[in-house]
Design a binder for this molecule. Structure first.
Ligand code: DGL
Length: 270
């Protein structure tokens, strides 16, 4: 049994860390497409091609279920993959829905009509591709009415994190929060709509102020995966070994991952 976790690079490690803690007996195979990150500046066809290639590799590693721990791939490619590409005996799930269910106070899979919810002013921070897809707003509109969403495309943040330049990443986050606040001075909630951003969560919270509730995906996805596996135990694939795979330089990626998760992570070539 093994479950695949995919991201364009290091951001999905924030999700991996949470799912490992929630499901300690499940081996996870992580795939970081570091050679092609960031995805956030690519067009939808490009993201689709890269994501399907990576997911195929995870199937080869014995994962029948793959989590796209990447909002950009979830926004730009997931629906097309589910409609035309994923074979019957496999599943690919994204990271948007658990977050939106939390924001809109819904239980898993509650498909009742959209209704009013407590938060009215929501700031969305995501990559340029995720923002321009409007996938977040679309999913939100299925579940809630009367929510004003202001989106900020956070150019450069993923690149800086992938390069390990956390000083630049912090400066960029602060300037993106300032830009958002010029458009929406008093958001009640902020969505970190990119799995790299929890690595900067303290900076987002500090720049937004203590009154803004910051939602990030890792724990929400972990809960939702645990629930899914209880209902679909057959989706635990045939793989038995945990692994970290990268299309980038394994040494460099291992060292950054070790720094982020504060434990030794060893990547091998995908
Ligand atoms: N972690 C990816 C996400 O959640 C980053 C995408 C990118 O590579 O730009 O969107």
């Amino acid at each position: 049994m093994a479950v695949g976790i995919f991201d364009s690079g290091l951001g999905g490690l924030t999700v991996l860390d949470a799912v490992e803690k929630r499901l300690p007996d499940v081996p996870f195979v992580y795939f970081g497409d570091n050679a092609h990150a960031p995805y956030g500046v690519r067009d939808a066809d490009d993201v689709y091609d890269l994501t399907t290639r990576a997911v195929s590799r995870l199937w080869d590693a014995g994962c029948d279920l793959v989590i796209l721990a990447c909002n950009t791939a979830s926004a730009a490619a997931l629906r097309r993959m589910q409609e035309n590409w994923v074979p019957r005996d496999k599943r690919v799930l994204g990271v948007f829905v658990p977050l939106i269910e939390a924001l809109t106070e819904r239980q898993w899979g509650d498909n009742s009509p959209p209704r009013e919810v407590a938060v009215k002013h929501v700031a969305l921070f995501a990559t340029p591709a995720t923002v321009s897809s409007r996938a977040f707003q679309r999913e939100l509109a299925f579940r809630a009415i009367g929510v004003d969403v202001e989106a900020q495309a956070c150019g450069g943040v993923v690149d800086a994190i992938e390069e390990g330049d956390m000083i630049l990443a912090e400066a960029l986050v602060r300037s993106h929060v300032d830009a958002l606040k010029r458009k929406m001075p008093n958001p009640e909630a902020a969505i970190l709509g990119c799995t790299h951003y929890p690595l900067m969560q303290n900076v987002f919270q500090d720049a937004l102020g203590p009154d803004v509730q910051v939602y990030s995906q890792a724990n929400l996805v972990a809960e939702s995966l645990a629930d899914y596996l209880t209902r679909h135990p057959a989706m635990l694939g045939s793989g038995t070994e945990a692994a970290f795979l990268t299309t980038g330089d394994p040494k460099r990626v291992s060292s950054r991952a070790t720094q982020f998760l504060r434990r030794e992570i060893i990547f091998s070539a995908a």
